[in-house]
Design a binder for this molecule. Structure first.
Ligand code: ADP
Length: 166
């Protein structure tokens, strides 16, 4: 039984994340989705909301692929969280050269701190490689249609979070 840890902000979960999760099912038997709650990263959706969304949108994928999925928050090092969840593999997605430079460097520093944990990089699929949560939020703020980029549940959550309260 191989367990993977996929850390991210998931603010909100996108079709890009879902593509990586679906493909991680070919690499690991169980995948822990680590929802980062680091104070330095200002998120639009609170962690409970991000977890509920991930639960809802990954359920069909888990049923279809047989991948066991669990979801947890973390606010320290990804390697520490991976270890806590008995994961031998950290999963990361690579979209472009910017991701590559940053992710490989981080993977190597994580490897130095935790040689027993291997980072596995999955190249983004062509149909979803342009999607970034930060741009999804910007588009939504400007009234754009984000249904191409995120599942309906996430679209509704973003719309609600951006709704003026007065
Ligand atoms: P972070 O705040 O670390 O960027 P994200 O939630 O944006 O967290 O992303 C988490 C992981 O998912 C990262 O490895 C990122 O490269 C990957 N990822 C994000 N969007 C995509 C996408 N469209 N295709 C493939 N991988 C992606």
């Amino acid at each position: 039984m191989r367990t993977g840890f996929y850390p991210g902000s998931f603010d909100p979960v996108t079709f890009g994340h879902l593509d990586i999760i679906a493909r991680a099912a070919r690499v690991v038997d169980k995948l822990v989705l680590g929802v980062g709650t680091h104070a330095s990263k200002q998120a639009l959706l609170d962690p409970d909301h991000r977890i509920a969304l991930l639960e809802a949108v990954t359920r069909p994928l888990a049923e279809h692929s047989g991948l066991k999925i669990s979801i947890a928050t973390f606010d320290g090092l990804a390697v520490d969280a991976a270890r806590r969840h008995h994961a031998g593999v950290i999963i990361r997605g690579l979209r472009d050269a910017t991701d590559f430079d940053y992710e490989v460097q981080m993977g190597q520093m994580n490897g130095a701190m935790a040689p027993d944990i291997e980072t596995v990089f999955l190249a983004a699929s062509p149909a979803t490689r342009m999607i970034a949560s930060s741009l999804v939020k910007q588009i939504a703020r400007m009234g754009g249609d984000i249904s191409l980029f995120v599942p309906p549940e996430a679209q509704a959550a973003i719309a609600a979070a951006l709704k003026p309260t007065h």
